[in-house]
Ligand binder design. Structure first.
Ligand SMILES: [Mg+2]
Length: 204
């Protein structure tokens, strides 16, 4: 697979929405360990708003811009801000109706930069960044000429990153107050974003 079309991209996001919705309770329960237990609801609502706009899209830049704004207008809280930043960052680095491998690398790199504009969290802080950053690095650094292989390595990197949060102490935001209590459970955001990258890979 050397290109992804708008249609492929719609499938990727619809699969992510379906898979995240299926694990909604799990993500909320993980969030309840060191937070307010709303992450499942928040990520499902953000994905629903994203997919609503993506399904209407005909061209990458406008579609991702509409999706980012739809998420931020319809939902609130940190999950909304981060998902909005991801989509707007991808919009800034995309064009046209299909993407080749170099364009896909630029798209996801832009998405990560969009999230980095919204949070100072670094890998190791036990946040969604522990899944997102390794996933994007896997895409950018891949030498494969096959998009399926590239997205599979992103899914694996995101999953590894999310698993690694089990042993981490929360170091960011309100969750930081829970200190040692946060060890032993995966971060809810890292888990849901890893689920998203697994779904992207599965859909192709
Ligand atoms: Mg929460």
């Amino acid at each position: 697979m050397e290109k992804i079309t708008i249609g492929d991209f719609k499938k990727m996001f619809n699969q992510a929405y379906t898979d995240i919705k299926q694990r909604e309770d799990e993500f909320s329960q993980l969030d309840a360990v060191i937070g307010d237990g709303d992450h499942g609801t928040a990520i499902v609502q953000a994905m629903q708003s994203a997919v609503e706009a993506i399904d209407k899209g005909a061209e990458f830049k406008q579609m991702l811009n509409d999706a980012g704004f739809n998420v931020m207008l319809q939902t609130s809280g940190s999950t909304s801000t981060l998902m909005g930043g991801f989509l707007l960052g991808m919009s800034d680095h995309s064009t046209g109706e299909e993407l080749n491998i170099d364009q896909i690398k630029a798209l996801f790199k832009g998405g990560l930069e969009g999230v980095q504009k919204q949070t100072k969290a670094q890998p190791g802080d036990k946040t969604m960044m522990d899944a997102l950053q390794p996933a994007v690095e896997a895409i950018v650094n891949s030498e494969s000429a096959d998009i399926r292989t590239i997205m599979e390595s992103a899914a694996n990197a995101a999953l590894e990153g999310a698993k690694a949060t089990v042993g981490m102490k929360a170091n960011f935001g309100r969750a930081r107050n829970y200190g040692e209590k946060s060890i032993g459970y995966a971060d809810s955001g890292a888990s849901s974003w890893a689920c998203m990258f697994q779904a992207f890979s599965k859909s192709l």
